[in-house]
Each structure stands twice: as C-alpha cells, then as structure tokens.
Design a protein around this ligand. Sequence first.
Ligand SMILES: [Zn+2]
Length: 489
Amino acid sequence: MAIIVTPEIKEIVKRYREIWTIRYSRSLLGWDMETYMPPAAFKERGEVNAVLESMVRRLITNPEFSSLVESAKPQNDVEKGIIRVLKRDLKYYTALPEEFLQEEERVKTEAFTIWREAKEKGNFSLFAPLLEKIVDLQRRKAEYLGYKDHPYDALLDLYEEGLTVRKCEHIFSTISKISHLFEKIKEKYPEKHPLEGMEYNRRFLERLIEYMLFTMGFDFSRGRIDVSPHPFTTNMGLYDVRITTRYEGRDFRRALMAAIHEFGHAMYEMNIDKELWATPVQQGVSLGIHESQSRFWENIVGRSSHFIDAFYKEMVVALPFLKDYGKDDLYTYLTLVRPEFIRVEADEVQYVLHIYLRYKIEKELIEGSLEVKEAPQTWDDLMEDLIGVRPPNDKLGILQDIHWAHATIGYFPTYAIGSMVAAHIYREIKGIAEGVKRADFGSIMNILREKIHRWGSVYSPEELLERAAGKKLDPENFIAYLEMKYLRF
Ligand SMILES: [Zn+2]
C-alpha cells in the first residue's frame, strides 16, 4: 500500500480530519438512534443531525479546501483514490442547492409518517401524492447532478459509483433464467419447515452467535453486537464497528442469518488497511460491494452444508431441539426456497427478482413512462410474472419498503449487485471456493482482506472487483452458483 507523499494531499488529509470527526460522531449518533435512544429524543436528534450535515457541507465546499482538491496532482493509487472520493463529495454538495436539500428533507419527513400510516392500512392512495412529490424531487435531483444517457443514471451513481441503466440491463439480462430456476427449485421444497416454529432460548442463541462470529474472525475488541428491530452495521472508525441482530423467540435462522449478514459488512470495515485511517478512503467503496460481503458470508458460507458441519455440535448444545433433526434437515431449513411477497423474507434464489421489479418501476417513474397511480398494478403484475404470486393488498405489495419514503430512489439495484458480486467472487477468486468447502474461515478472510477489504475506497467499485477477480462482473456466475447449489440433489 502506497502512502501519502504529495504535500498538497497531506494537507488535504490533515484538513479532512474535521470532516472525518463529524462523520464519526454522526455514525455513533445514528447507531444510538436505532438501538437505545429514548423515543422522545427523535426530533431533537434530527436537529443535531441536520446541523452536523450542514457543517460537513460547509467544510467540503470551503473554497480553500475545494481548490486544494481540484488542483491536486495525485502520485499513486491511494492519493488518486482520495481525490476521486473527495471530488464526488464536492460534486454532490455543490450541484444540489441548499433550498433543494431542505425541501427534500421536509418531504421525506412527511412522506415517512404518511407511508407508515398507508402501510398500516394497506392503502396506497394515501401515500401516492407523497410518492409523486418524491419522484418529482428525484427527477430534479438528476437534472442538478447531470447525466449522459438516462436521468436514472444520476441517481444510481449516488449509491453505486459508476452504475448506469445500461449496466443494470446487463446485470438483469439474467432475470428470465433466474425466474425459471426459481420455478424449478421451489418444487423441491416443502411449504413450511417444522424448525420455523421452534422456540429457542434467547440467551443460548446469543452465546452461539457470539461464538460463531468470533470463530469466523469478528474482533470483539473493536466491535460489539447489539439488538435492533432492523439489523444493521455501523462503522465509526477502524477501531469501532458495531452490528445488530434481532431475536423473535422462534425460527432461529432469522436471528442467526441476520447476524452473519451484518458480520460480513463489519469485517469489510474492520479489515481496511490501517494506513488509510481517518482519510477519505477509509470506508467500504460502495453499497453494492458492501452487500456482496454480507451476502457472501450469509448465503455462500452460512447457508452451506460445510458451515453446518463446522458448527453442528455447538448448535445442538445451544438449540437442543435440533437433536431430533439431522444435518440434512437443518440444511433444508436454512436454504428453504418458496415464493414470498416480502423482499426481506425472500430466499437467495428469488431475491434478485424482487429487486428487478423495483428497478423497473423506479426507472420508468424517473423517465416518465409510468405514472405513480399505475405503479401498484405494475408491481402486482410483475410479482405474478416473476415469482408466481399476486399480493392480496398493498401492504404485502408496493408499500412494504421504506426506501421510497426515504427518497432513496436508485438504492435497490445495489442489493442485486451484492448477490451477483458475491457469486462472482466465489467462482472467480482462487482459493475462495476451497475455503468454503473446508469451512476454513481464516483462509477465506485472508483472501477477502487482501483482495478487497484492505483497499477501502482506493479503487472504484468496478476497478476493485476487476483487480480482485481478474475480470469484470459476470452475472452468469450467479446463475451457475444457484444451479450448482440448488439443482444438484
Ligand atoms: Zn446488508
């Protein structure tokens, strides 16, 4: 890893320390908000966040700082990465006028409240006027940010650097194959598995999860695991990375798989090279690459017979009812494939179909070929086409996700990228598949650390993947992975 040698870039990194500190603090506040913050603090905390965000904006757009960034002549890959990341920040904060961001903030707050109510009542028409406002705002946002081919490109790039409609079409060129595969695979599975109903002892399951994460490489001196209704990962710095999971009392795979998923996110952040500490590149490079790490550990490692072999003894101790079920039964339970209305309940086979549906609707809303009022019908039709079930109401259909209420249009495709990149890594990077087969977590982690994690945001997502795997993302790897895993028996 090359270090920072150019005097101007040393100066930039020195000045960046203030921004880094605010972002560190915001992460901790965000973690607290999702875990232990008392409910009445919500509004006050919102105010604090807004002020901190405007401080970041001020520091980044400060003329002295921005001209240092604009005129910098980076000498090596790390320096290039620093300037690339800061220029993206700078573009974001200068392209969008303050009034626009304030308006977006106001609409989001209103939309969130109304969405919650609409979802509760299963009534899309309540939410429709807000979604119209949000689509309009996002179209304006795309104009402010600029794009070459499609307005949606400007939004996609916010969540996955360099992502465009053209690249999404390539990724989703596999959709009909996935849909057929899903059709075939679901026939092999029971509609329900008895283990879903089994109640567990929460304390025992907590200990089991801690043991598993420790064995796979989680560093508890730099991280912790807590409980929150929606599991997530927060990274403050390299020495404080926190994850959460949730315990519902039965169907233990939900708590277990959520923890392993977040573990994958956390390891990416924990393994970033210490040389990059407190610089603009000390973080995972994109949502898609991040999601590839969580899905790799959750689906490819966690939902494998090798994982079960490695931990079966400890699992039976923590979950004594497993004594009545063999390893094969446990494997069926962990890899159950059946149609789901709800994205977050979906297995790894149909998951990308749920994302494609959202991608198609978002793209058409942004380009203006679909109207908000037609969206629920399109949603239900696509569900029927792709997954074979029709949502009985909007709660189980178009109202299920929070993303549109949060005005994060363009975010969903990063989930599909995560699944595809995970399979790409598994099949293309030497030593990974062997590591999974041997449940050799140490060797898997070493490879991922060297090839992906340690680089933080030094390289763009596409460049990082190409350097790590030796070739560009090939969506056929995902198909091959699913066929090998689900059609062998
Ligand atoms: Zn995730």
